[in-house]
Write a protein that binds this ligand. Structure first.
Ligand SMILES: CC(C)(COP(=O)(O)OP(=O)(O)OC[C@H]1O[C@@H](n2cnc3c(N)ncnc32)[C@H](O)[C@@H]1OP(=O)(O)O)[C@@H](O)C(=O)NCCC(=O)NCCS
Length: 168
């Protein structure tokens, strides 16, 4: 399954993507928010993943510039889907993140039938939060001491959500 955005294409990750994704995750601007990933962790979490996760490579002109995944909660009374992503440092700040998120969000709403999407950046990740708000996500609130940063310190997260119809 390939999903086409305005400028980026999302396609399922394959084993051959592992070294490219590991190299992107090693870039300081990405590692700062995603933590330490060796090749084995990339394969286990970003290529294979859990059954409720759908991982995609983000491509522009056939080149992998990042990664985005959907994590679906399919318990009928709590159905929703979460989105996580990262872009290569030199591909950031050009609108590719919003393009990739809109493309996956539209798929989750229109094809997968989700009425609610969530995203949970670090509260200090201002760039990510601005990007998600531009797409239509709204702030729900601070999750205190939500994630452990690469230095081992617990840090706050910000929960944002988007209802079908709010995608801009
Ligand atoms: C977060 C991320 C997905 C956003 O995608 P993107 O394509 O870079 O998003 P945009 O092109 O919309 O650019 C980000 C916006 O923040 C602005 N921005 C850039 N650097 C910034 C900074 N240090 N602080 C605040 N805002 C910043 C950009 O100018 C742009 O805003 P504007 O166009 O309204 O002026 C991408 O930057 C990324 O992968 N970052 C590293 C990993 C990461 O943080 N992943 C998310 C974890 S939840």
């Amino acid at each position: 399954m390939e999903l086409r955005g305005r400028h980026v294409t999302l396609r399922p990750t394959v084993a051959a993507d592992a070294s490219t994704l590991a190299a992107i995750l090693a870039e300081p601007e990405v590692a700062r928010w995603w933590g330490d990933f060796d090749l084995d962790r990339v394969v286990a979490e970003l290529i294979v993943g859990d059954p409720d996760e759908t991982p995609f490579a983000i491509e522009q002109d056939g080149i992998v510039i990042g990664y985005i995944q959907a994590v679906e909660e399919n318990e009928p009374d709590f159905r929703s889907a979460g989105i996580d992503l990262f872009l290569r440092t030199d591909a950031q700040g050009r609108g590719h993140g919003p393009d990739a998120i809109r493309t996956l969000a539209a798929h989750l709403i229109d094809e997968r039938g989700h009425h609610r999407l969530t995203i949970d950046p670090a509260a200090a990740n201002e760039r990510a939060i601005r990007c998600y708000e531009r797409v239509g996500f709204r702030r729900v609130g601070i999750m205190r001491r939500y994630w452990r940063d690469p230095a081992g310190e617990w840090q706050d997260g910000l929960l944002l959500d988007l209802l079908a119809g709010e995608l801009s």
